[in-house]
Design a protein around this ligand. Structure first.
Ligand SMILES: Cc1cc2nc3c(=O)[nH]c(=O)nc-3n(C[C@H](O)[C@H](O)[C@H](O)COP(=O)(O)OP(=O)(O)OC[C@H]3O[C@@H](n4cnc5c(N)ncnc54)[C@H](O)[C@@H]3O)c2cc1C
Length: 298
């Protein structure tokens, strides 16, 4: 299979690499190689590549801001959406956004167009595909509040529209299959006051700078907040703040953020996470659930 995909590279505009250092595509900046890494140009080439992959493993990644790839690498094709999925337009009173658009770029676009409700995306460093899959949100707003529907491409290369009610968007989760690639998101929107929109974006920026180690190599919140509780508080009270595994540290600023201080391996990060889960469970009898997606061979 991989040989066939590599052979396709000459015939396509998509960029296809073998034995690719995929860890560098993640915000942790560590982890193993992907057998194949494809940056897919557009819908037509996505269909061709998915047909070639057939029943073999593949996994779609966005900006890698919520992702850890194990040191042993990913034994399949990692797909990232490229230029052809990088458009935003207003169509029929809806905002149509390509899945590779960064959340912050959507937020900036909305600001320029006096569109309200997208300010929270200025605080999330992912792509729109990842935002839909994770129901990303912050400071009281989530993707579910603004989404209308999405376009997906399934593993047979078939494109379909799925409406919001079928997505089951809940706190940092959705019902989107791992084999469904979000290619486009369609949002409802209202116009608002540009100054108020700008103020809200600045407020979010300041809050994040104060409370999160956003300049570090991190994947943001590592664990989901258990109902009515804060994972960061549980982690801190279980005595994990500042602890480490090699160069993987629990942030001093925000205990739910794990940081690669330099040369942490993906194993260091995963082991640090596992030790947090154990300590929190021992102290509070609560099992933290990973928010960060971990892929690759054990
Ligand atoms: C500093 C920092 C702060 C953060 N703060 C927040 C926050 O406040 N709120 C929040 O919700 N998150 C936050 N995150 C986590 C992360 O930014 C979000 O989960 C984001 O939505 C992930 O998007 P991504 O494009 O980086 O996806 P990736 O990390 O690449 O992938 C995450 C998941 O989305 C899937 N995915 C990606 N693209 C697609 C697609 N096109 N189709 C289908 N599935 C896809 C992947 O398969 C994977 O399961 C933060 C991360 C960092 C590093």
């Amino acid at each position: 299979m991989s040989k066939k995909i590599i052979e396709l590279a000459d015939k396509l505009k998509s960029k296809i690499y073998s034995d690719y250092n995929a860890g560098k595509q993640t915000w942790f900046r560590t982890g193993g190689n992907a057998k194949i890494f494809a940056i897919v140009e557009d819908n037509l080439e996505l269909e061709i590549i998915l047909n070639e992959i057939n029943n073999e493993n593949f996994y779609i990644i966005g900006s890698g801001s919520n992702l850890l790839i194990r040191d042993n690498g990913y034994n399949g094709t990692l797909i990232k959406l490229g230029k052809g999925f990088n458009t935003i337009k207003i169509n029929d009173n809806k905002l149509e956004v390509g899945a590779s658009i960064l959340d912050i770029n959507l937020s900036n676009y909305a600001l320029r167009q006096n569109i309200e409700g997208f300010e929270f995306y200025s605080g999330i460093p992912g792509s729109i595909g990842g935002a839909v899959k994770m129901n990303a949100g912050c400071y009281g707003s989530e993707t579910v509040d603004v989404i209308n529907s999405i376009e997906i491409c399934d593993n047979f290369g078939q494109r379909k529209i799925i409406t919001k009610d079928k997505l089951n968007l809940k706190y940092r989760s959705s019902k989107i299959n791992n084999t469904d690639i979000v290619t486009k998101a369609i949002f409802n929107f209202n116009y608002g006051d540009q100054n108020l929109i700008k103020d809200k974006i600045n407020e979010i920026k300041n809050k994040r700078l104060e409370s999160q180690p956003i300049k570090n190599k991190t994947s943001g919140s590592t664990f989901k907040n258990p109902e009515n509780l804060h994972a960061a508080k549980l982690i801190e009270e279980a005595g994990c703040k500042g602890t480490n595994f090699g160069d993987a540290y629990v942030s001093d600023k925000h205990a739910n953020f794990l940081i690669n201080r330099g040369s942490a391996s993906a194993t260091d990060i995963e082991n640090l996470g596992k030790s947090i889960v154990e300590k929190v469970y021992k102290k509070f009898n609560i099992k933290l659930e990973w928010e960060v997606k971990i892929i690759g061979e054990k």
